[in-house]
Design a protein around this ligand. Structure first.
Ligand code: ADP
Length: 430
C-alpha cells in the first residue's frame, strides 16, 4: 500500500454513504492512496456538494433514507453541470435487477459490499482514466472543431478571394479584348492613313510635275511671244512714222492704241517670265542679310519713292538662308505695292522682323487704301487684281511672285488689312 500523500491529489472523490463506518473506512483508504475524498451522509448533501464543487468521481451508496442512490444519480445526470461526473454505486445488494437499474440511471460501475478495497481502487482508477481520456477527447474534439471552423473560414475566404480573382481575370480579359479590338481599329486606321498619305504623296508629285510643265509652258510661250510682239510694235511705229501725212487723226489714234497694247502685253510677258523664273532658279541658298535686300529694293524703287514722297523705314533685319535676287524682288514688290496703293497722305512703309520658334516673321506695313477681308486670299493668285488699269496700273502677278518666293524659301505669306486703314503683309522665313 502506498502511504505517501502526493502534492496534487490523484482525484477529487465524493463518497456518499449513510453508514459512518463505511465513510470513514473509504475516506481513510482513499486519502492514503493519494486521493482527496469528501464525505457526505445523504443524497441532498451529495447534490449540494456536486453543485458547489463538482468532484472527479462519486462513490454512491444505493440504500439511503429519503433519497436513494438511484434518485441522486438521476438528479446528477439531469443537470449539465454534473452530468459528466462518473458515478460508481456501492451497495450490499447484489441482484441483477439493481445492477441493470444502476446502469439505466447513468452509473458507470457497480461494486458490491462487502468490497475489497483494491478492487474499489482499481475501478476508481480505471474510471478516472476513462474520464480523463474522455475529457481529453472532448478537448481535442473542441480543438478539432476549432481547427475545422478556422479551416472552413480560411476556405471560405479563399473561395471568396478566388471569386474576386475570377472576376478580376474576366474583367482583365474583357479589357484585353477591348484593347485588342481598339488595336485592330487603330491598325486599320493606320493603314488607311498610310494609304491616304501615299495617295496624297502621289498626287503631290503629280501636281509638282504638272506645275513644272505649266511653268515650262508659260516660260516658252511668253518667251516666244516676245519677238512677234516686238515686230508688231515696231511695224506699227514705222507705219505711223512713214505714212503720218497720209493717215487721218483716227488712224493715228488706232496705231497709238496698237503700240499701247503692245507695251502692256510686253509688261505682262515680262511679269509672267519673272513668275516662271522664280521656280526655275537652281541657285543654292546662302546666308543673306535682309537689310541688304531691303536696301537694294529701296534703291530700285528710288523713282517711285521720290515721286510719291514715300517714307520707307525698317528695323534691324536678320540674315536668312536664301537667294538674294529673289529676296530683293520680294521686298521690291511689297514696297512697290505699298507705295502704289496709297491714299492722299504720302505713303509711309515700315518693315520689321521678329523671331518666332523656328522662323523669322517679317511684316511690311503701310498706310495705304487697305484690302477688304473677302479679297485677302485671292490677291495672292496670279492675275487677280482689285482695280482697273485706269485706277492703278498692274498685271496682278506681283503678289503671286512674292508668295512663290516665300514658299520656295520654306515660309508662308498672308495679309492683315482693313479698307482705308492700311495693310500689313506678313511672311515667314526659316
Ligand atoms: P498688281 O499690283 O500688279 O495689280 P499684285 O499681285 O501685286 O498685282 O497685287 C494684287 C492686288 O492686290 C492688287 O491689284 C491690289 O488690289 C492688291 N494689293 C496689293 N498690295 C496692296 C497694298 N499694299 N495695299 C492695298 N492693296 C494691295
Amino acid at each position: 500500500m502506498n502511504n505517501q500523500q502526493p502534492e496534487t491529489p490523484l482525484g477529487n472523490i465524493l463518497v456518499v454513504d449513510d453508514t459512518p463506518e463505511n465513510l470513514r473506512l473509504l475516506s481513510t483508504m482513499l486519502t492514503h492512496r493519494g486521493y482527496a475524498p469528501r464525505c457526505v451522509i445523504n443524497g441532498q448533501m451529495a447534490l449540494r456538494a456536486c453543485n458547489s464543487n463538482p468532484p472527479d468521481l462519486i462513490l454512491l451508496d444505493i440504500m439511503m433514507p429519503e433519497m436513494n442512490g438511484y434518485e441522486v444519480c438521476q438528479h446528477l445526470k439531469s443537470e449539465a453541470k454534473t452530468r459528466e461526473i462518473p458515478v460508481i454505486f456501492i451497495s450490499a445488494k447484489d441482484e441483477v435487477f439493481d445492477k441493470v437499474n444502476a446502469f439505466a440511471v447513468g452509473a458507470v460501475d457497480y461494486i458490491s459490499k462487502p468490497f475489497q478495497f483494491e478492487e474499489v481502487l482499481a475501478r476508481i482508477e480505471s474510471h478516472l482514466t476513462l474520464r480523463n481520456l474522455q475529457k481529453q477527447l472532448k478537448e481535442q474534439n473542441v480543438l478539432l472543431q476549432e481547427e475545422i471552423t478556422s479551416r472552413l473560414a480560411v476556405e471560405k475566404s479563399l473561395y471568396e478571394k478566388n471569386q474576386i480573382l475570377q472576376q478580376e481575370i474576366s474583367n482583365r480579359l474583357a479589357v484585353e479584348k477591348a484593347l485588342q479590338e481598339q488595336n485592330l481599329l487603330l491598325q486599320q486606321e493606320i493603314s488607311n492613313r498610310q494609304r491616304a498619305e501615299s495617295a496624297l504623296l502621289k498626287s503631290n508629285q503629280e501636281l509638282a510635275r504638272s506645275n513644272a510643265e505649266l511653268e515650262q509652258f508659260a516660260y516658252v510661250a511668253s518667251h516666244d511671244l516676245q519677238a512677234p510682239l516686238a515686230t508688231i510694235a515696231s511695224y506699227a511705229q514705222l507705219l505711223e512714222k512713214r505714212y503720218k501725212d497720209q493717215l487721218d487723226s483716227q488712224a493715228i489714234k488706232f496705231i497709238s492704241n496698237i503700240v499701247q497694247g503692245c507695251t502692256r502685253m510686253q509688261t505682262l510677258i515680262d511679269d509672267l517670265l519673272e513668275y516662271s523664273r522664280v521656280g526655275r532658279s537652281q541657285k543654292p541658298f546662302e546666308v543673306t542679310d535682309c537689310n541688304h535686300a531691303v536696301q537694294q529694293a529701296i534703291a530700285n524703287l528710288q523713282g517711285a519713292i521720290r515721286n510719291d514722297r514715300a517714307v520707307v523705314t525698317y528695323s534691324e533685319l536678320p540674315a536668312v538662308m536664301g537667294d538674294i535676287s529673289q529676296l530683293v524682288q520680294l521686298f521690291q514688290n511689297l514696297l512697290g505695292n505699298a507705295i502704289k496703293y496709297r491714299q492722299d497722305a504720302p505713303p509711309a512703309v515700315h518693315i520689321t522682323a521678329c523671331k518666332q520658334k523656328e522662323n523669322w516673321l517679317f511684316s511690311v506695313s503701310d498706310n495705304g487704301i487697305g484690302i477688304a477681308p473677302q479679297h485677302q486670299e485671292r490677291i495672292f493668285q496670279i492675275f487677280q487684281r482689285l482695280h482697273t488699269q485706269r485706277e492703278y496700273s498692274g498685271t496682278g502677278i506681283g503678289l503671286a511672285i512674292c508668295q512663290k518666293i516665300v514658299e520656295g524659301h520654306g515660309g508662308s505669306m498672308w495679309v492683315e488689312s482693313e479698307p482705308g486703314q492700311g495693310s500689313t503683309f506678313h511672311f515667314t522665313l526659316p
